[in-house]
Design a protein around this ligand. Structure first.
Ligand SMILES: CC(C)(COP(=O)(O)OP(=O)(O)OC[C@H]1O[C@@H](n2cnc3c(N)ncnc32)[C@H](O)[C@@H]1OP(=O)(O)O)[C@@H](O)C(=O)NCCC(=O)NCCS
Length: 192
């Protein structure tokens, strides 16, 4: 598994993976006035890539593609980065269902957390997760995120305002790094 920038040449692959995964992704995605089909064209990818590249240049986003065995298999993004006294950002992520359930999502998020807390210098990463999203809650809990509260009707997701649990990880929570924690847990798995 590797993290890379979003590449210009990923447009068709991104559209294909996202279309194939509609039922898997839609319950956790922002509501939109256009169909899933229309949101997942190669042109839509190019627009999304331009917009995130703009935010990355402005220092308010860290966008990554997740590649598994060389194929585009997801994204991890830190967005809404605020500097000054807060030094915080919001995490978002998705994976192709074909590669889920193997620890790839938590590994990708662990690597991004260490980058954000290390060279980027953030102090806090927040992940807002619907209570119904068991896999996502297990992912952040596995990496040491703590649940700090619950936001009522917080985000307009999949056609309605949805409650979200507020999870956060601080730079000091894992002094040896988040990847170290992921590895330690992976080594304790019974299949090892
Ligand atoms: C949330 C999401 C990214 C999780 O991806 P993932 O790769 O399956 O997540 P993890 O890395 O936590 O791995 C999960 C499973 O892999 C297994 N696993 C964990 N570490 C492993 C390792 N080192 N080796 C092999 N398997 C491992 C675990 O058994 C775990 O299963 P469990 O959660 O039932 O206990 C994925 O479900 C997804 O894209 N969902 C749809 C979009 C979404 O919900 N986005 C987040 C919105 S807040």
């Amino acid at each position: 598994m590797e993290l890379t920038p979003l590449r210009r040449g990923d447009a068709r692959e991104w559209a294909r993976v996202r279309l194939d995964n509609q039922a898997w992704l839609a319950p956790w995605e922002p509501s939109a006035p256009v169909s899933w089909q229309d949101r997942h064209t190669p042109a839509a990818y190019r627009g999304m890539r331009r917009a995130t590249a703009h935010r990355a240049r402005a220092g308010t986003a860290l966008p990554f593609a997740v590649r598994v065995e060389g194929r585009l298999a997801g994204q991890v993004t830190v967005d809404n980065i605020v500097r000054g006294a807060l030094r915080s950002g919001h995490l978002g992520y998705w994976l192709d269902s074909a590669v889920a359930g193997r620890g790839m999502g938590s590994l990708a998020v662990a690597l991004v957390c260490d980058h954000a807390f290390g060279p980027v210098g953030l102090h806090r990463l927040q992940a807002d997760i619907r209570p119904e999203n068991g896999p996502s809650r297990r992912l952040v809990e596995r990496l040491g995120f703590r649940q700090e509260g619950m936001f009522r009707s917080y985000l307009d997701i999949d056609g309605d305002w949805r409650d979200h649990l507020a999870y956060a990880l601080l730079a000091d929570d894992e002094p040896r790094g988040v990847l170290h924690r992921w590895r330690a847990r992976a080594d304790r798995r019974p299949d090892r």
